[in-house]
Design a protein around this ligand. Structure first.
Ligand code: PHE
Length: 367
């Protein structure tokens, strides 16, 4: 009968030997002590306390020992693991404090630094002027209407009573889009917005139509190939030229102050009949002697040309589905670059379009 093998000493299972456990512990403590940041510490934690760490594997061996040997091995491994866990916690606290201090130092804001080196943006003076113009009409109960810049030839011309061979069709030098068969133009005025509104809504209609328009002009001191218009349209029962005059007088007084009146000179537009050019009392000399004689704003005229207007031609009403027996209306249009130039003494149109902030900023920082 053979007895138990005498050269097998269960207490001496290699991973559980005192010197082995001590080495595991010391390796772990060294890794913890040298972890330079929280990420390195996390790695050390995984390597030395994770499921596959030497101490965890040793711990698993304890169960295989005979009962009398388990206590001692358990204590040994347990103490080693406890020491590592404690070291980890302490090191973590130290590294967290370090990290916080580093963040505080790195992300601190020097409140004494100058804050205004990055200039704030501002809206272009044309935009703020356009808003002001709209506001005058909104205060009278009008609405703002907008439309596309690429427009159907029919809406830009035909609906507005420009006949196919009408010289007025070339009067406004038009950008045509390719292919010609598409019959598309860059709108030459914002009047097509008025046509669109009449086609889709029932009167009464009171709208202002601000927007960019395009004509084949070369950029110079007084012309630009793209400029901004504000047109207006009123359609109601019994409207006449007198309503138009009253509206425009009110508008210009709102823009430039009391006493700025308008005068009409006969003119021609296909879409209005009768039609007129609107002149405005010069805002600088007010047409008064003796200032008018030397006035540079109106060049001694006392009046400034401003735009076109008239009573809507019944043919336009018919084309846009409005009954001319019942309704009448008036329309007007003006370029607002010109208004801006006169209002602020700007001599060169190019200053307005070039987008140089040195031009924009003195108008104020309205955002
Ligand atoms: N649409 C005209 C233009 O751009 C301006 C205008 C509008 C004239 C309304 C009369 C009535 O020239």
């Amino acid at each position: 009968m053979s007895g138990p093998s005498s050269d097998y000493d269960p207490v001496e299972v290699t991973p559980l030997r005192a010197d082995e456990v001590e080495k595991m512990r010391d390796d772990a403590l060294a890794a913890v002590a040298t972890a330079g940041d929280l990420a390195a510490l996390k790695q050390a934690r995984q390597e030395h306390t994770g499921d596959r760490s030497p101490l965890a594997l040793a711990n698993r061996e304890i169960g295989a020992l005979p009962p009398q040997a388990r206590k001692e091995a358990g204590r040994r491994v347990g103490q080693a693991r406890g020491a590592v866990a404690k070291a980890l916690t302490e090191r973590e606290q130290v590294l967290e404090v370090e990290r916080e201090q580093r963040i505080l130092a790195e992300e601190s804001v020097d409140v004494t630094l100058p804050w205004d080196r990055e200039p704030r943006g501002a809206r272009h003076p044309l935009t703020t002027l356009q808003d002001r113009i709209e506001d005058v009409f909104i205060a009278m109960g009008w609405e703002v209407a907008e439309g596309p810049e690429v427009e159907a030839e029919w809406l830009n011309f035909d609906a507005l009573n420009f006949g196919p061979d009408h010289p007025a069709r070339t009067m406004q030098d038009t950008f045509w889009l390719e292919p010609a068969a598409a019959a598309l133009v860059l709108r030459t005025h914002t009047s097509p917005v008025q046509a669109r509104t009449m086609l889709t809504r029932e009167p009464p209609i009171y709208i202002v139509c601000p927007g960019r328009v395009f004509r084949t002009d070369t950029l110079d001191a007084t012309h630009a190939p793209a400029f901004t218009q504000v047109e207006g349209l009123a359609i109601d029962e019994g409207l006449s030229m007198a309503d138009l005059k009253g509206t425009l007088d009110h508008f210009w007084e709102s823009m430039f102050g009391a006493g700025i009146t308008t005068r009409f000179r006969p003119s021609f537009f296909p879409f209005t009949e009768p039609s007129a050019e609107v002149d405005l009392v010069c805002i600088a000399c007010r047409g008064e002697q003796p200032a008018v004689a030397t006035c540079r704003t109106c060049k001694g005229e006392g009046w400034m040309e401003w735009g076109g207007c008239g009573v809507v031609n019944p043919r336009v009403l018919v084309a846009c589905g409005v009954d001319p027996e019942r309704y009448s209306g008036y329309a007007f249009g003006m370029g607002i670059e010109r208004t801006l130039m006169v209002r602020h003494g700007i001599n060169d149109m190019r200053d307005i379009v070039e987008g140089d902030v040195r031009f924009t900023v003195p108008f104020g920082m309205e955002i």
